[in-house]
Design a protein around this ligand. Sequence first.
Ligand code: ATP
Length: 334
Amino acid sequence: MRIVGIEGTAWAASAALFDTATDEVIIESDPYQPDSGGIHPREAAEHMGEAIPAVVETVLDRAAETADGDGPAVDGVAFSRGPGLGPCLRIVGTAARALAQTLDVPLVGVNHMVAHLEIGRHGSGFDSPVCLNASGANAHLLGYHNGRYRVLGETMDTGVGNAIDKFTRHVGWTHPGGPKVEAAAEDGEYCDLPYVVKGMDFSFSGIMSAAKDAYDDGVPVEDVCFGLQETIFAMLTEVAERALSLTGTDELVLGGGVGQNQRLREMLAEMCEQRGAAFYAPEPRFLRDNAGMIAVLGARMLAAGDTLAVPDSSVDPNFRPDQVPVTWRDDEES
Ligand code: ATP
């Protein structure tokens, strides 16, 4: 089976081709880069409108080149249905519906956060891991039980990447801030910041205010970056460990763009090693937003017959992972 995936929830206009026979995933992405400040929904949607047709066309060309006969030989079109920025999602939804109808193939609506999780399951071969999704707009722990991915713990305010990006905007650095914090932290020393974990949930807004205040009070930016990483990632690691403990699971996968951070990966790997759990972090192209993860989960959903009729295919900016009935795996895996 060959399936085209289309992603465009926030900043990455992306299309992909996944071939289940070879396991090969071809991804073509065009990122939106704000001139200043953070992601502006209207500008991001304008970017989607311009970039999505081009990335889809490139992927369809590749599909045609590798097909046995004439045409792209595609069996389905999967798209990110949410969560994300409404204006961006609507453009992606329209593109996916048009493409599915043009190719006369089924349409598959994928939850973006479940795709962040499933790409880790795909790459690791894990059966039923706990997943830490550490992305721009989200931060949560997911575990599978009784036909759904349950939210075991989550941020009580902003997503983890967005929190870091807010601090870097304050400092005057361009978007995205995460890689810049990681680089600056290399030369930093620990700076004390509030550590906020409440049960299985956690909060970033107080840390961000404290980090901005520390910077304004003259603490070297490298030290604030070091303190931010140590504090935020320790919080995520603590809750990930508790999720493993509570579920009795011995597999952890990491998802989301912040998962590209070496220090976070190091902390999670060390925690897993200490408790005898296996840890898997996908390669960076599958961690940040990308259509490859949409195509891979889309193929599994299509194989399970989990498709959408066009009139039922509206997008949902607040689409939570626990709203998705998991049709593509056996309940025995719970
Ligand atoms: P979501 O997937 O929840 O819709 P998104 O689309 O904003 O959110 P991703 O592509 O998953 O997010 O991740 C982007 C975020 O990752 C940005 O906030 C960026 O600063 C952060 N990020 C990227 N690289 C790093 C890094 N090396 N260290 C920390 N954060 C990083």
